[in-house]
Design a binder for this molecule. Sequence first.
Ligand code: ADP
Ligand code: MG
Length: 690
Amino acid sequence: MNVTDPIQYLKGIGPKKQKLLERLGIHTVSDMLTHFPRAYEDQSVLTPIARLQPGESMTTAGCVMQVQERRAGRNGRLTILTVMLGDGTGFLSVTWFNQKYLKKQLKPGTRLFVAGKVEYAYGGRGQLAMKSPSSFQVLDEGDTAEQHTGILPIYPATESLNQKFFRKEMQTLFASLPTLPEVIPKDIEQRYALMPRYEAFRAIHFPENEQQLHDARHRLAFEELYLIQCGLLLLRRRAQEKQQGIRHLMNGHSIQQLLKALPFSLTRDQQRVWQEIVRDMESPVPMRRLVQGDVGSGKTVIAMLALVKTVENGYQGAMMAPTEILASQHAEAFQNALTPLGIRIGFLSGHLTPKKRQAVYDAISNHTLDIVVGTHALIQESVHFDKLGLVVTDEQHRFGIAQRAELEKKGKNGVVPDVLVMTATPIPRTMTLTVYGDLDVSLIRELPPGRKPIRTFVRQTDRRPLIYQYVHSQLAEGRQAYVVCPLIEQNDESDLPSAEEIYDELRFGLFHDMRVGLIHGRMKEAEKDAVMQAFYENQIQLLVSTTVIEVGVNVPNASIMVVEHADRFGLAQLHQLRGRIGRGPYASFCILVSDSRTQTARERLHILETTSDGFKLAEEDLRLRGPGQFFGRMQHGLPDLKIADVFSDMDILLQARQAAQETLASSKNLAFVLPTLNHRYPQFGQITEA
Ligand code: ADP
Ligand code: MG
C-alpha cells in the first residue's frame, strides 16, 4: 500500500464508506493519515469502581455479575444490553444499545475492561453507570486489564463514521503500510532531534504515553511549518536572488515637493518605515516588504511616496485595492496630490466600457500613464506595463501567496518590480512568519497626532430604542451612520435578526424619514459599488450592512456605528469595523449591542471600550478565541494548518524556519524537499531549480 493510493484500497472501506469519507475530505491514504485525532482519552489509569467520578471519562475493570437484555422502541427494534460489573470495591452498570452480538461474549463470570463517561444511573439511587463505553475489551484467561489501558485517539467523526471505525481503520492502515516516504532531509531530522516520520504518525494515532504523544506532535507540526517555510523562503529567493531588481536612485525633487505639500509632517514611525522602503528600493535586490499599521495610521501617504519615487526614476507604479470604490478613492486622492507634480494618474476598473478600458491598457503600455490605480485586474495578463517599477497592494488579505508568485512574471526582460504590501490586520509575529514569511516587515504603531478617539460603548438590547433615537438625532444634524449585522438574511438555525430584517425595521420604522441603504456580501460587485458610492455622496444616510464594509472606504461624514450582536464578531474584526468611523472632524461613537450573558463575552467586548490599540486587541482575540478563526479568515491562500498551531507553536516555527534556511543552502537537501513541496503547496508556484 502507498500513501497516494485511493482510500478504497484499504481493507474495510467499500463504496459507501468511501462516500462518507470523501465528505470529510478524505480521498487518499495520505488524507487518512493526516486525519489527526482532535483529542485523546487517557485510559492509562485504571480506577477501582468505588473511586469512579460521575461526569468524568474514566477507565476501570471488573467481573460481569449479571446480564440483562431489554427491547424498546417501536416494534421493539431497539435492544438494550446491561451488565453489572463488580470489582470488589463496588458495582457499575454498563449499557450497550443495539449490539445484540455482545450478549454471547458477556457471560456472567467474564472479566471485562471498560472506558467511558461515568454517570449516575437514571433513578438508580446513586448507582454508577456507563452508557455505550468508548472502548471495552473482554479479558481472556491470564490477560491483565493493564494490557488494554492507554491513550486512545478521538477523531473528528460523524454518526456513521464513529470512533470505533476510525480506530480500527487506522490500525488496519498501519498494518498494511510498513513505511512512509521521508519529507525532511535526514541530517535536518537529526540536527533538530525529530522523531522519525513513521513513528510519529503511528504515535499521533496510537500514543503509548504523554511524552511520546508530545514528541510525535512536535515532529508533525515541525514538518508542516518547515515545508511552508521552505516554500516562502524559496518564493523570496526566487524574487530576490535569482532575479534582477531595480536600483532606484536617491530621492529627487518630486519627493521633496510632495513632502512639502503635505498638510502634515510624517510621524516618527512613518519616517522610519519610509526610510526602510527607500533602502529597499535603492538596492538592486527586489523589494518584498509588508507594512503593517492600524487603520488610520497613515499608510496611504507612504504608498504615495514610494510610487512617486519609482516615477521619478522613469518607471511606472501600480496600486491595487481590493474593491473598485477603494481604488477610485485612492485614484482621486493621488490625482489631487500628484497631478500638480506633473505625474499622470490612471484608473482601471471593471466598470469601464471596453473602449475606455482599452484606452487605459494602451496608455499603460505606451507609458503615457505613470501611476495606475485599480483592482486585481491590474496584474492580469492583458495589462502590459512599459516599465513597471513598483506594485503596491492595499489591504492585502485578498492578495495571497499565489498572486505574489505571479508578480515575478510582470517585469520585462527578467527585471522584477519592487513590491510593497499594506495591511491593517495587526497579526502577531508567529502568524506573520507563517503567512508572510517571504516578506520583510515594517511596523507603524503610532497614530498621527490629533486624532479624535472613537468612543465605544457596550449596551444591551433593551437600550436599542434609545440608541437608535440618538442615531436619528445625529442624522438630523447631517451626520451619517453604519449599522452592522452578523447575518444577511434570516435562517432557521439562528434567531439572530438579519441585515435584511433590521434594514426593514429601520427604514419602515424610526428612520422612515431618512435615506436608508443596505449592502451585503451576496450582492453583485456593481451593486455594492453603487451603494457605497451613494453612501459616500451622502445619498444614503444610514447604511445597514454586513462585514463587507470592513475593508475601508473613507466616508469622513460617517460618525456613528451600531453593531448588532457584537458578541458574534472577533475583537480584531470589531476594531477594523469601527475604523470606518472617526475619519472626519466629528466626535465619533461606536455602540456595540450585545445580550451575551457570559462573563467572558462581556469582558471581551469591554476591552474595546478601553483600548484602541489594534495589536493589543488582536493578541487578546487570539488568546480568547484561539487561532483557528483568526488564521482561517485571512485570505492568505495557504491551506489550513492540520496540526501546527500558529499561536502556541512559536518555538517550533522558529526552528522550522531556521531549518528551512539551512535546507535552501544545500542543493542536495533542496532537491530532496522540492517534490513534496510542489505536490503539497502548489500555490508557491512549481519550483524545479535546486
Ligand atoms: P490607513 O490607510 O493606514 O488606514 P490613511 O493613510 O488613510 O490610513 O490615513 C488616515 C488619515 O490620516 C488620512 O486622512 C491622512 O491624510 C492622515 N494622515 C496620515 N499621516 C498623517 C500624519 N503624519 N499627520 C497627520 N495626519 C496624517
Ligand atoms: Mg488605507
